[in-house]
Design a protein around this ligand. Sequence first.
Ligand SMILES: [Zn+2]
Length: 77
Amino acid sequence: MFIEKFLCKNCHKLVTYKLFTDFTIMPILGEDVVFTETYGICKVCKNKICIPEKCGKNAERFYEEYRTAQEKYNGEN
Ligand SMILES: [Zn+2]
């Protein structure tokens, strides 16, 4: 895994971080959709760090899941 330094908003300095993937279950249109979110964890303060490239992907994935749920919902009605 490639580790680079990133700015932690809590420490106010460049820190090394660990990539972490979290699973959240979100009800979308009456359907429970599993949504995966990837972010960094600051090695110093253990705070969540939003990594731009990952955060963008998180949002993309969310919209994708949402679209899928919506299509399914529309198809059933
Ligand atoms: Zn920190």
